[in-house]
Write a protein that binds this ligand. Structure first.
Ligand code: MN
Length: 341
């Protein structure tokens, strides 16, 4: 257990929602495997162990294409709108209020429980004071927090819940690429319950659809490449699929990649990915050093982890690029060189 104190505090808070009539769990905008998995297990825990009568899961602004197969696999129905008369609201895996999209208004409910379970950098300071925030960035996923929590409470999970936690931990560790000993140990325990990783993953991983392929390839054509001596940075523009594109640029060979694009008039959305090697050797935390800084400078919001982050801001693509180059030059302490096509 990474943080027994945090887990004990969450368990204590859960006792206050025991037996309630209606509880709502929200993920961050679009959801991702970790947020869906933790929402699923939290829902089961609330219904089965804590005897809550009704628990709805809300994915703000509609589930992304990637998580639809997971929802189907778990037979989890999600709502787009938040039921307004629930007695408690949980938020899972949202490192800042803005990640709730238009449902940010649930944070202004003062007379009911609003409880956040998270594992991003600096989450505690980003929510209003009346919200109970339980977060520790030592956890590699919220699914892992749920793992410790069910163990602490003494709720024995079934096969589907074990599969959900497996999915959450697996994807939030970038398919085990950044998994540490603790996450790996938990995955092994989940497997020993009787789940079959290859059959779960093969039913979730089906190929890219055509629009995502085209987005990735067009983004690669428009890519700008820079070197900070031994580190290679790729930057590109794409109107959708930013995280998929950033990941693709990493597999093309970049150490750090940013895909930026317009979501609506004047607002840019960006995904950042970096290889573990760079984060470890240089101490760069793309969530804190890039996403938060760029968003802070240009009237937006952002955050994430050492090697993966996201931000939204109001700026031109050139302004974002120049700011990122400045930050990287300072942080990496290397000379910048433009790589010509
Ligand atoms: Mn997560």
């Amino acid at each position: 257990m990474r943080d027994p104190e945090l887990i004990a505090l969450i368990a204590k808070t859960l006792r206050e929602v025991e037996g309630l009539g209606q509880v709502v769990i929200l993920t961050h905008v679009g959801g991702d495997p970790d947020s869906i998995a933790s929402a699923y297990v939290l829902r089961e825990l609330l219904l089965k162990k804590l005897k809550v009568k009704l628990v709805d899961v809300v994915v703000p602004e509609e589930p992304t294409a990637h998580i639809k197969p997971i929802l189907t696999y778990l037979s989890l129905n999600v709502l787009e709108d938040v039921p307004k008369d629930a007695e408690a609201y949980f938020v899972v895996d949202a490192g800042s209020p803005e990640q709730l999209g238009r449902h940010i208004d649930i944070l202004s409910i003062l007379d009911r429980f609003v409880i956040v379970l998270d594992h991003h950098s600096g989450t505690v300071n980003k929510y209003p004071k009346h919200v109970k925030v339980f977060s520790n960035e030592l956890y590699q996923s919220v699914s892992e927090i749920m793992y410790d929590l069910v163990e602490y409470i003494g709720y024995s999970i079934g096969l589907r819940e074990a599969e959900a936690l497996f999915i959450g931990i697996y994807y939030d560790t970038a398919r085990l690429m950044i998994a540490d000993e603790e996450s790996t140990r938990k995955l092994c325990k989940l497997i020993s319950i009787g789940i079959n990783p290859s059959s779960i993953l093969s039913s979730l991983e089906h190929g890219l659809d055509i629009s995502e392929r085209i987005a990735r390839l067009k983004a690669a054509m428009r890519m700008k490449v820079y070197r900070f001596e031994e580190w290679v940075f790729a930057f590109t523009e794409v109107s959708a699929f930013q995280s998929s594109v950033a990941r693709a640029l990493i597999s093309l060979g970049a150490h750090i990649a940013i895909a930026v694009g317009g979501r609506e008039e004047g607002i840019l959305s960006a995904s950042i990915r970096a290889v573990n090697d760079l984060c470890e050797k240089t101490g760069l935390n793309v969530g804190v050093d890039l996403a938060e800084k760029v968003a802070g400078k240009f009237n937006g919001y952002g955050g994430g982890h050492a090697c993966a982050a996201h931000f939204t801001c109001k700026a031109s693509i050139e302004d974002v690029l120049n700011t990122v180059l400045e930050i990287l030059s300072t942080k990496l302490k290397k000379n910048l060189e433009v790589v010509k096509p």
